[in-house]
Design a binder for this molecule. Structure first.
Ligand code: VGL
Ligand code: ZN
Length: 193
């Protein structure tokens, strides 16, 4: 962590937590860790970004329209809201993705803020060059965000204890972490902050 770091909290929303429509096993376990990380970043005056999956009711992302997922994180529903235990410091930047009805849109790097600006542009304007990326789900949105951030020239650290995955096939999350590491991400834990 340096003065050029930002924290990206990926998709800690009700539908990805226990009881949600696309429940990630132990998804809520990341919350205390990410709350701690967010408080540390905020205390140092560093940006905290929270992404959210925010789908229209009809999208090719959902199985009934040709995708692989149950209906989840639909705009305006309780399932799309951030988990109530997530503590976003004042001034946190919320970015949204998944609104395109023709795309899966897993990467938080494709998300936009409330003014419509893409996340990478927002980060560059803040002088950010290093990202800590954690949240849900390891094998989809975290992985795609990490790989794309590296491609775009950001240094990336992944706190593995602050991530949980879907594991449609057993081992998907472990393989995703291997892939991220092979692409140049540093694997760490929240205690390394
Ligand atoms: C995600 C599956 C479907 C994610 C989003 O946030 O990782 N996974 N939509
Ligand atoms: Zn989704």
């Amino acid at each position: 962590m340096s003065d050029c770091s930002a924290l990206i909290i990926v998709d800690v929303q009700n539908d990805f937590c226990p009881g949600g429509a696309l429940e990630v096993k132990e998804g809520d376990r990341v919350i205390p860790l990410l709350n701690r990380a967010a408080a540390i970043f905020a205390a140092r005056g560093l940006p905290v970004v929270a992404s959210r999956d925010l789908h229209p009711a009809q999208t090719s992302h959902f199985s009934q329209y040709g995708g692989i997922w149950p209906v989840h994180c639909v705009q305006g529903t309780a399932g799309a809201a951030f988990h109530p235990e997530l503590r976003l410091p004042e001034g946190s930047i919320v970015v949204s993705k998944g609104m395109d009805p023709a795309s899966d849109d897993y990467s938080a790097l494709h998300a936009r803020d409330d003014r419509g600006r893409l996340l990478p542009a927002v980060l560059r304007e803040l002088g950010v060059s290093h990202l800590w990326i954690g949240g849900l789900a390891t094998d989809y949105c975290v992985k795609e965000s990490v790989l794309e951030a590296i491609c775009q020239g950001f240094e990336v650290t992944v706190p593995v204890d602050a991530c949980r995955g879907v594991d449609l096939s057993p081992g998907d999350s472990a393989r995703a972490l291997d892939e991220m590491e092979a692409a140049g991400a540093r694997l760490a834990t929240i205690a390394d902050l």
